[in-house]
Design a protein around this ligand. Structure first.
Ligand code: AMP
Length: 487
């Protein structure tokens, strides 16, 4: 597959077709191709030809897409960074990656220079990085998953074959910020099929009135989001086929899809299919899939995540690293061409989770799973990685950043469930010096300080100040006791 050529071909075939819509602004395929070429020319002229990553800071503006393709055409992988990230987090990512940072406004200006006659695109080779997506790291420093051109094209080839999108006809929902790999699913499905990517801004996602006004205008045919976002939408009875008459597919990834969400969607959108897909960023967005029909909902609880994509092996490994028999719980391991080449500039970390099976790249997901009837089921995490409102978070990341605050001696963070669903985070903190403020003032001050280091979605809602932590017989913090103290 030649993804870049396919994307550019739409500018000849359907030059005025809309490639991207965001906050009422639209970008045509003609503009996407010409402006990304112009940007690539600028980047080639200004940066060394060393394939070093370029970080792009923005939100849902069309310049993000121009930026991504401009970087690729200039021979550089890109790192998408959402504008909601705090400055310290951005700095840590840019430092780890040795990247050059551009804001969307800077890119906009750079994409205006007319193209010279001898400009040539420098497309990545198969094993060159296409993008690097940073995800929460348990030590407090985010880790950058390197996805090569081959990884991405391998993923796209699979979904195009499986989902059979109509060329130049689909409108894809883009809910996730571009800094999360769920957005790769909608972005490149859309660009590869001459579709329209319909982005929701943060404002639209958080303000129901704006959200429904945007959806009503959207003409969406393919819904792509986390199940959490669909659950939120389902709370409003007007979220139905009258609002989205063209929608014919709900495509989920990233966290557990509950039978309740799937059943409600089938009821409200009788003309639409529901798909559950599973996979970590480290294996390019998604690795397994299944259509969730009424029969599947009736037969399985929890719902299955499906079967592995062709050419990729998904195995359940016992503690000794050998495949477990069907029905037995073990670690989900993925081996195949969609597995990342590793964390960018973090060889030691990479060697802990990336390995080889039969000369194929493989990844320890850290997910519990089992198989039944030839289907794969996700059974939770083996470690302290969680999903909260669809966001991937390492509890250790929050704890490390709490430890880094001046007056914190020790900190433990717990996820609190409500009706068996991840609800919020609680931080238990031991201070170095007793503060003169009351607990409420302390909590506010600590949230503010932590907010300078971590994105909002990682901030604990509650803080409990203690003078010591309960311990287990072997001297570790007793997290169970701490959790019990909340109930
Ligand atoms: P991310 O890298 O943000 O996509 O997060 C990957 C992790 O999300 C996986 O390792 C799983 O723990 C979880 N996950 C992804 N897809 C699903 C799914 N369909 N059902 C349940 N958990 C999922």
């Amino acid at each position: 597959m030649r993804l870049l050529e396919i994307i550019d071909s739409w500018s000849l075939q359907y030059s005025e077709r809309i490639a991207h819509v965001s906050a009422d602004a639209a970008l045509t395929y003609r503009q996407l191709t010409s402006q990304s070429n112009q940007l690539a020319q600028y980047l080639s002229a200004t940066l060394p030809h060393d394939r070093a990553p370029i970080a792009i800071l923005g939100h849902k503006q069309s310049e993000m897409l121009i930026g991504f393709l401009g970087c690729i055409k200039a021979g550089h992988p890109y790192i998408p960074l959402d504008a909601s990230l705090p400055a310290q987090r951005i700095e840590a990512i840019v430092r780890t990656a040795g990247a050059t940072l551009f804001t969307v406004d800077e890119l906009k200006a750079a994409a205006q220079t007319p193209l010279s006659e001898n400009f040539k695109i420098q497309p990545p080779e198969d094993d060159d990085a296409w993008y690097i997506i940073f995800t929460s790291g348990s030590t407090g420093i985010p880790k950058g998953v390197t996805i090569t051109r081959h990884n991405l094209e391998n993923f796209i080839e699979w979904i195009l074959a499986e989902q059979k999108f109509k060329a130049a006809d689909e409108v894809f929902l883009n809910q996730a910020p571009f800094s999360f790999d769920l957005s790769v699913m909608d972005l490149y499905s859309s660009l590869a099929t001459g579709g329209t990517l319909f982005s929701l801004t943060k404002e639209e996602v958080t303000e129901p009135k704006k959200l429904y006004a945007a959806l009503a205008k959207s003409q969406l045919t393919v819904w792509v989001s986390t199940p959490s976002f669909a659950r939120l939408c389902l709370m409003d009875s007007s979220f139905n086929a009258d609002l989205l008459p063209r929608v014919r597919k709900f495509w989920f990834c990233g966290e557990t899809l509950t039978p309740e969400i799937a059943a409600s969607l089938l009821e409200r959108f009788p003309q639409a299919e529901i798909w559950n897909t599973y996979g970590p960023t480290e294996a390019t967005v998604a690795t397994t899939s299944i259509q969730i029909t009424r029969d599947v909902i009736e037969k399985y609880r929890p719902l299955p995540v499906g079967k592995a994509k062709p050419g990729t092996r998904v195995e359940i490994h016992a503690a000794d690293g050998r495949p477990s028999p069907s029905g037995e719980r073990g670690e989900i391991v993925i081996a195949g061409e969609n597995v990342s080449v590793g964390y960018f500039n973090q060889a030691e970390l990479s060697s802990k989770v990336f390995f080889q099976i039969d000369a194929q790249r493989a990844y320890h997901t850290g997910d519990w799973g089992h198989t039944q009837d030839g289907l794969i089921f996700f059974d939770g995490r083996m470690d302290f990685q969680i999903k909260l409102n669809g966001y991937r978070i390492e509890i250790g990341d929050i704890e490390a950043n709490l430890h880094a605050l001046a007056n914190v001696q020790d900190a433990v963070v717990l996820l609190t469930l409500k009706n068996e669903r991840a609800d919020h985070l609680t931080a238990f903190v031991i201070l170095k010096n007793q503060a003169s403020q009351n607990d409420f003032e302390l909590m506010r001050a600590m949230k503010r300080q932590l907010g300078e280091r971590l994105p909002d979605y990682m901030l604990p809602r509650k803080f409990v100040f203690l003078t010591e932590f309960p311990t287990t017989p072997n001297g570790k913090v007793d997290r169970k006791k701490l959790a019990e103290s909340l109930s």
